[in-house]
Design a binder for this molecule. Structure first.
Ligand code: FAD
Length: 383
């Protein structure tokens, strides 16, 4: 693996850094306090091509490889994880899955709109009763002529109240021994689909996380993505790539923690000297720095495997597991460097810690990543 960025990759990273400084950083505290990122950010993300990364140009995408995608995701995560999550879901979990598994008609219908930011996508897998055990979901889609009628509910759906389309997973077959989950692309203005924003999140407060309720939601049979009964494997393949994106976002959080800790330690004086001159403060900073490097290398390795067409699922679980735990540690260490000032939101590190915490929970908790890695190593499923 070549660890040197190409000119193109460095240019896209710089573009993302500048975008964040201009469009995100000035609003971070306001969006976090108000629990609301300004939705106009979506169009801006589309205009610079970030919502079309890795999507072929013939479908309105901006191309690029997965390392470029990770670099942009890292910079967005360094700026604001709420904004990063919009891209990780609308592009990472929805558009990229349509590009891999969608019919020609589905690609033409959704990809140009998702890549430009004209439309937003959300990923509807989790339900009130099923989180880690996603395969036992209860939302049901029943065939009725040339349509499916869907009933059920979805919980914790990122972009849920903003989205124009939900990549929805529903049970189409109950026969014993059948993995009867199928995937559907459901426009969110379909009658019978209602949404409720979930307020009071610890972190990612700017993000529109929602509960979706589906009552007699009728979609044409052509809304099914992939073959009937293949929805669960489709969801797992989307999440494997999604974990790379979460890991990159976590690298961004850890890098932001490092930047803030180094800057503050140089400015803040106690006992007549900058706190950077104390060995115990340097220990906190060096621990963050090692976590940043290790998490970034694991993440880039996944991008490299994806770009070379090799198996990447276990590497993605390792990167997501390590980077999410590292982001929590890094933000917590940075908060310690800030002392009491770290505990108020005029300073950046408290938000980094709140945002980092969910990374060990979604797209598979840390325990679930360990079970995936353990199964790959031993050949035994411990789920
Ligand atoms: P549970 O599965 O109930 O787990 C509870 C605890 O039990 C955890 O510690 C878990 O690790 C442990 N556990 C469970 N099973 C095992 C086992 N076999 N062995 C060991 N330990 C186990 N979902 C979507 O579909 N789309 C989204 O866009 C989305 N966005 C989200 C955004 C936010 C802010 C949050 C908080 C969640 C989001 N989720 C989304 C849902 C998320 O993926 C789930 O919360 C996650 O999968 C965990 O499920 P759960 O919360 O039901 O926890």
């Amino acid at each position: 693996m070549n660890l040197e960025l190409s000119e193109e990759q460095e240019a896209v990273r710089r573009l993302a850094e500048e975008f964040v400084a201009r469009e995100v950083t000035p609003h971070v505290v306001e969006w976090d306090r108000g629990e609301n990122v300004d939705k106009s950010i979506v169009r801006k993300l589309g205009d610079v091509g970030f919502l079309g990364l890795t999507i072929p140009e013939e479908y309105g995408g901006s191309g690029g490889d997965h390392l470029a995608y990770c670099l942009v995701t890292e910079e967005l995560g360094r700026g604001d994880s709420s904004v990063r999550g919009i891209v990780s879901v609308s592009l990472g979990l929805v558009a990229k899955t349509i590009a891999s598994w969608g019919s020609e008609e589905q690609k033409r219908q959704w990809l140009p709109r998702l890549a430009s930011g004209e439309a937003v996508g959300c990923f509807g897998l989790t339900e009130p009763g099923t989180g880690s055990d996603a395969g036992s979901l209860a939302t049901r889609a029943v065939r009725d002529g040339d349509a499916y009628v869907i009933d059920g509910s979805k919980m914790f759906i990122t972009n849920g109240t903003w989205a124009d389309v939900v990549l929805l997973f529903a049970r189409t077959n109950d026969a014993p021994g059948q993995k009867g989950v199928s995937a559907f692309l459901v426009p969110t203005d379909t009658p019978g689909l209602t949404r409720r924003t979930i307020h009071g999140k610890l972190g990612l407060r700017g993000q529109a996380t929602a509960e979706l309720v589906l009552e007699d939601v009728r979609v044409p049979a052509t809304a099914m993505m992939g073959a009937e009964g293949k929805g669960f494997s489709l969801a797992m393949s989307a999440l494997a790539k999604g974990r790379m994106s979460v890991a990159a976002g976590c690298v961004g959080i850890a890098q932001a923690a490092l930047d803030a800790a180094v800057r503050y330690a140089g400015e803040r004086e106690q006992f007549g000297k900058p706190i950077a001159s104390y060995q115990l403060v340097q220990e906190l900073i060096s621990d963050i720095a090692v976590d940043v490097d290790a998490a970034r290398l694991l993440t880039w390795r996944v991008a490299d495997l994806v770009d070379r067409g090799q198996d990447f699922a276990t590497a993605a679980s390792k990167a997501k597991l390590y980077a999410s735990e590292a982001a929590v540690r890094a933000a917590n260490n940075a908060l310690q460097v800030f002392g009491g000032y770290g505990y108020i939101d005029e300073y950046p590190v408290g938000k980094l810690l709140r945002d980092a915490r969910v990374m060990t929970l979604y797209e598979g908790t840390s325990q679930i990543q360990k079970l995936i890695i353990g199964r790959a190593l031993t050949g035994v499923s411990a789920f």
